[in-house]
Write a protein that binds this ligand. Structure first.
Ligand SMILES: *[C@@H]1O[C@H](CO)[C@@H](O)[C@H](O)[C@H]1NC(C)=O
Ligand SMILES: *[C@@H]1O[C@H](CO)[C@@H](O)[C@H](O)[C@H]1NC(C)=O
Ligand SMILES: *[C@@H]1O[C@H](CO)[C@@H](O)[C@H](O)[C@H]1NC(C)=O
Length: 391
């Protein structure tokens, strides 16, 4: 479960989108914000720690600088915030950092006309003229345990489906079976995952873990299974992988155990193990490893044919994982199989229960895709998504 194979396709779509974004040189000089961009205000900036971290070259260089040009450049690179400064600089990011704050005195801070358009203001020596893509006020961060399992396989090759959940207070985090976040709304915590075993040194993974704002990291995706959507790794090899790629970050971020299908019986990772046995062997091999939480998956019928309760089975498995592993539990994928109405009823039963269990730290229902938590058109939440966001 999870769609890592689609990611390569989506990356090339993003590059294409960037190349097609034309610069609107004919725009009337008084128009400072491109369509879908709104002015947030003049922000203080700090040369030793930038309010927006990514300095960008714009087409035509410093002398062509105008706010729209900075916006289109930031947008093509997948950012939601664009800021101009010192008449000719363009800075991009997804959140204001390093203590940058809305100025109480913009007329003395953002004082310089843009080098490419004298009718516009492009910040000042220490002031940033900031514009935001999308909604005019940033959504407030959620605080709940609920998360978004999403990917960038959509028309904008971005986190756009996950971002439909921005502003729901129960939803606080997201992951995409890998990294980067593909522009997940900054009101969510992005949690990078090391999906499978790298073949050598992996500076991209290190950079993802060390990205400002990373607090938690997820390890291998279903190493206990053998099908194509799983990472299929023998316990001893997975343990060696953890020692190399996860353990160095112990103490700086919270480390999750491998994501295993907890209710799986009889599948194999070349060794014909149940997932519980795979986990036992993994722990047996990972002797020096530090874990902050365990990560499990669960898939089963909403209403089993024999009249048993799908919700009770799910709760039984979550409880059993905690009693076995004695770590906070993240359920990084779960879904019950059934009609939309059956899934809604299941969520209405299990979500309050999950929120009430102190040992359940986080969870993510599968998944943030059209016809799952998102409607068929990809334009809003489905009934299941609405139940997930609001129960
Ligand atoms: C400027 O940024 C640096 C680096 O993040 C930080 O140490 C310093 O406190 C900041 N200064 C102000 C005035 O916010
Ligand atoms: C280590 O993992 C291997 C399978 O990869 C298993 O055969 C062995 O028993 C494990 N060792 C321990 C101490 O659990
Ligand atoms: C876990 O789920 C399975 C269904 O996949 C069920 O048969 C089993 O009883 C559940 N375990 C517990 C401890 O409830």
């Amino acid at each position: 479960m999870g769609f890592p194979a689609m990611r390569a396709l989506a990356i090339s779509a993003l590059a294409l989108q960037g190349a097609c974004l034309a610069i609107d040189r004919d725009a009337a000089p008084t128009i400072e914000a491109r369509a879908s961009w709104t002015y947030l205000g003049c922000y203080t900036d700090n040369v030793s720690g930038r309010a927006l971290p990514n300095g960008e070259q714009v087409p035509g260089g410093t002398n062509a600088m105008a706010n729209e040009l900075c916006q289109s450049t930031c947008q093509a690179d997948g950012f939601t915030l664009a800021g101009t400064e010192y008449a000719g600089e363009c800075w991009c990011g997804n959140a204001i950092g390093n203590g940058g704050a809305l100025s109480t005195n913009p007329s003395s801070l953002c004082t310089m006309t843009c080098k490419g358009n004298a009718a516009e203001t492009c910040g000042g020596p220490n002031g940033l003229s900031v514009y935001q893509y999308g909604s005019s006020s940033p959504p407030t961060s959620g605080t709940g345990k609920r998360g978004l399992a999403y990917n960038n396989n959509n028309p904008t090759a971005n986190a756009e489906y996950a971002n439909l959940f921005a502003g729901y207070s129960s939803v606080s985090w997201g992951y995409d079976w890998g990294y980067p976040s593909y522009n997940l709304n900054p009101s969510f915590e992005f949690v990078p995952m090391l999906w499978g075993l790298p073949s050598g040194s992996d500076p991209g993974w290190t950079a993802a873990v060390q990205t400002v704002g990373t607090k938690n990291i997820l390890g291998f995706n279903e190493p206990d299974l053998t099908y194509s959507g799983s990472s299929n790794i023998l316990p001893a090899n997975a343990a060696a992988g953890y020692a190399t790629y996860m353990e160095p970050f112990a103490g700086t971020v919270k480390i999750g155990m491998p994501n295993v299908l907890w209710n799986n019986v009889g599948s194999s990772s070349g060794g014909n193990y149940d997932s519980a046995v795979w986990t036992q062997y993994f722990l047996g091999n990972c002797t020096g490893c530090h874990f902050d939480f365990a990560a499990i998956h669960y898939y089963q019928d909403c209403d089993p044919a024999d009249g048993q309760s799908g919700a009770a089975w799910f709760q039984g498995n979550v409880t059993n994982a905690y009693n076995t592993l004695h770590l906070p539990i993240w359920i990084t994928e779960f879904q019950c199989y059934g009609t939309d109405a059956q899934q809604v009823a299941f969520l209405q039963t299990v979500l309050p229960w999950l929120d009430a269990q102190s040992y359940v730290a986080r969870y993510a229902y599968f998944g943030v895709f059209p016809d799952y938590l998102v409607n068929s058109a990809g334009t809003g939440l489905s009934d299941i998504g609405m139940a997930y966001a609001t129960t």
